[in-house]
Ligand binder design. Structure first.
Ligand SMILES: Nc1ncnc2c1ncn2[C@@H]1O[C@H](COP(=O)(O)OP(=O)(O)OP(=O)(O)O)[C@@H](O)[C@H]1O
Ligand SMILES: [Mg+2]
Length: 275
């Protein structure tokens, strides 16, 4: 196994990832591509060039997401179940493997064509990225059937693990506008774009579930404004999705997001077993 690439550096490769990568790619390459705020790491795995013979076609690259046992990230098994369900209706990665050991759990998916909207190349084309994220969410929300979806992302489920006083501070949700199957983490990095700047696919669906569509729209629009540092871009996003901004619901779902994320980060800082 060759470990290539240092971004984001430095990356300490967990022992289990060493073992898994050796198993999955042998002498291929392992490139760290992403570290999330909660201790999760994602690696891109590629077969060794020697195996890239003319026939049969080379295997597509794969992504190995590693979630340490003490991380409050969505569980890889939860994400695998959601990906398997959502694949019938939306462009999302194919699950190749999922597993758990003493130190953590992992998910292996097949690489989808496209580049993340967080890739530096899209800094030159932020309008295209904002619009593609809006188009992608509209496609998911329109295509995935609520009645068939076994997963929920409703506020009551998201706040059930919060201390009661925190839950009370968030307050009751506004009446539902439209129940859809939400992405659950519709931040900029989780949309892939084609080279021409159009929507390609969704990744990172560990929280996918049925909820008011504003749960996604509130978070996606804020992520776009922040990542591209342009307060005009949310208007592009909402236009591409095809909706007029709803300030009350946007405000509620952004507050809910922040409270849940703060809680997750606190859990991560506590020593193992303390929470
Ligand atoms: N199957 C795939 N095909 C293409 N790119 C992928 C795939 N899986 C993951 N990626 C890339 O790896 C990145 C990290 O994966 P993912 O978003 O699932 O990790 P995460 O740690 O949960 O992210 P976050 O910080 O948003 O919670 C994605 O933003 C995407 O660029
Ligand atoms: Mg992500």
């Amino acid at each position: 196994m060759v470990v290539r690439g240092v971004h984001p550096a430095p990356v300490e490769i967990p022992d289990a990832v060493h073992a898994l990568a050796g198993w999955y790619v042998g002498w291929g390459s392992v490139t760290p591509v992403w570290r999330n705020d909660l201790g999760g790491l994602t690696f891109r795995l590629e077969d060794a060039p020697l195996l890239h013979g003319p026939a049969p076609r080379p295997r597509p690259a794969r992504y190995l997401k590693w979630v340490p046992a003490d991380s409050p990230c969505p569980d890889p098994f939860a994400e695998a179940g959601r990906l398997a369900w959502a694949r019938r209706f939306a462009a999302v990665p194919r699950v190749l493997d999922v597993g758990r050991g003493d130190d953590g759990a992992w998910l292996l998916t097949e690489e989808l064509p496209g580049t993340s909207a967080i890739d530096p190349r899209w800094r030159e084309h932020p309008r295209a990225a904002a619009r593609a994220i809006g188009e992608g969410l509209r496609l998911l929300h329109d295509a995935a059937p609520v009645a068939d979806c076994p997963f929920t992302w409703a506020p009551v489920a998201r706040t059930s693990a919060l201390p009661p006083e925190v839950r009370a501070a968030v307050g009751p949700p506004p009446p539902v506008d439209r129940r859809v199957v939400c992405h659950g983490d519709a931040c900029v990095p989780n949309t892939l774009l084609h080279d021409d700047g159009t929507f390609a696919a969704h990744v990172d669906l560990g929280d996918l579930g049925v909820a008011d569509r504003w749960s996604d729209l509130a978070v996606a629009s804020r992520s776009i404004a922040r990542r591209f540092q342009d307060p005009r871009l949310p208007a592009e996003f909402f236009a591409a999705y095809g909706v007029t901004p709803d300030p009350e619901r946007i405000d509620y779902y952004r507050r809910l997001w922040d409270v849940v994320e703060r809680h997750r980060k606190r859990l991560r800082q506590q020593p193992r077993g303390a929470a």
